[in-house]
Ligand binder design. Structure first.
Ligand code: NI
Length: 171
């Protein structure tokens, strides 16, 4: 049975917490990762960090495949930049719903992570996968896509999302 988790929305202060490393690779971790994946697919996202569902450990799920049948579970992920060339993508975020912004990031990275068994992997990431990895690792640091845009624009998005929250039915 998979559970749909609640996704926190900007400017919720819990999105600013820094996640701590995962040291226990048990069934709880696997079940929670599956819940995150399910939640991400339901929300039509391509990446979700544990921080976004109020779990402050270093866990990310990503699936950038067209068919959404190639999930990655990244535990304790880190990266180093391999190519200084900067690329920009229109990024979205499940915690900043309905907004898409041009964000500039390094193009090519070397990603190091553990899988759900604790085994370490190293992969070269480029294109949308690289963008997504960098975006999700930011979440684990309490950083959001809106931190890359102007304060004025950020405030406008914040106020609109807060207003949207007030309008939503309460039950
Ligand atoms: Ni995001």
């Amino acid at each position: 049975m998979m559970n749909k988790l609640n996704i926190l929305t900007f400017p919720d202060p819990r999105l600013r917490k820094k996640a701590s490393p995962i040291t226990v690779f048990d069934d709880n971790l696997k079940n929670f990762a599956q819940d995150m994946l399910f939640t991400m697919y339901e929300a039509k996202g391509i990446g979700l960090a544990a921080t976004q569902v109020d779990f402050h450990k270093r866990l990310i799920v990503i699936d950038v495949s067209d068919e959404q049948d190639n999930p990655y579970f990244l535990v304790n992920p880190t990266y180093k930049v391999l190519d200084d060339a900067i690329e920009h993508f229109k990024e979205g975020c499940l915690s900043v719903p309905t907004y898409f912004e041009d964000i500039y990031r390094p193009k090519k990275i070397e990603l190091t992570f553990q899988d759900l068994e604790g085994k370490q992997h190293i992969e070269i990431a480029e294109g949308i996968f690289s963008v997504c990895v960098q975006h999700e690792i930011d979440h684990l640091e309490g950083k959001l896509m809106v931190d890359y845009i102007s304060p004025l624009k950020r405030d406008r998005i914040k106020n609109k999302l807060l207003r949207k929250k007030d309008d939503s039915p309460k039950n």
